[in-house]
Ligand binder design. Structure first.
Ligand SMILES: Nc1ncnc2c1ncn2[C@@H]1O[C@H](COP(=O)(O)OP(=O)(O)OP(=O)(O)OP(=O)(O)OC[C@H]2O[C@@H](n3cnc4c(N)ncnc43)[C@H](O)[C@@H]2O)[C@@H](O)[C@H]1O
Length: 140
């Protein structure tokens, strides 16, 4: 079993809520929120914070993390089960800028509809809709 963790990061651009997706510079050049493999001895939250800094340059202090709001995805990569935990996080530092690592070649801030097109996997689309509904219904 492979494990990974990350954040679905949103920011406000009234009247829109925008989500951060990163495009890999390898493989199929697919788009996902910042996330990565859980290293030995790490909690998933520590992994999510580490990978988000590494992949997007966004730090813990730039974010408001919703510890109780998460989705867990299960899929197979080359036949091996993988579990990915995403927490919801809000970009609260308006001056913070996304800085990519070599692992990614592009990033976009997208509204829900656009993000669901880029995030082509049904379970990731469902997670984005879940988070969006949480943000709207709880008036975050
Ligand atoms: N093809 C490749 N060529 C060169 N280097 C590579 C490589 N793949 C990985 N690497 C290396 O691995 C490192 C990544 O390490 P990490 O950054 O630590 O880990 P990750 O985000 O979980 O990796 P990955 O991109 O593989 O995961 P995902 O599940 O999105 O994606 C894994 C697979 O699952 C698919 N997938 C993603 N989300 C899915 C979902 N929700 N449902 C079904 N399939 C999904 C993707 O299309 C993809 O095929 C990179 O530094 C890179 O060097």
């Amino acid at each position: 079993m492979k494990s990974a963790a990350g954040f679905v990061i949103f920011k406000r651009a009234p009247p829109n809520v925008l989500y951060l997706l990163l495009q890999t510079s390898y493989g199929e050049h697919h788009w996902t929120p910042p996330k990565g493999h859980v290293d030995p001895g790490e909690t998933e939250m520590v992994t999510a914070l580490r990978e988000t800094v590494e992949e997007s340059g966004l730090k813990k202090d730039d974010l408001k993390i919703y510890n109780d709001v998460k989705r867990v995805l299960n899929y197979k990569v080359k036949g091996v089960p993988k579990v990915v935990t995403y927490w919801l996080a809000e970009l609260v530092n308006p001056k913070a800028e996304v800085i990519l690592s070599d692992e990614h070649q592009d990033f976009k801030w997208l509204n829900l509809e656009e993000a669901c097109v880029y995030a082509k996997y049904a379970d990731l689309q469902e997670s984005l809709k879940y988070f969006d509904n949480y943000i709207c219904s709880n008036k975050l």
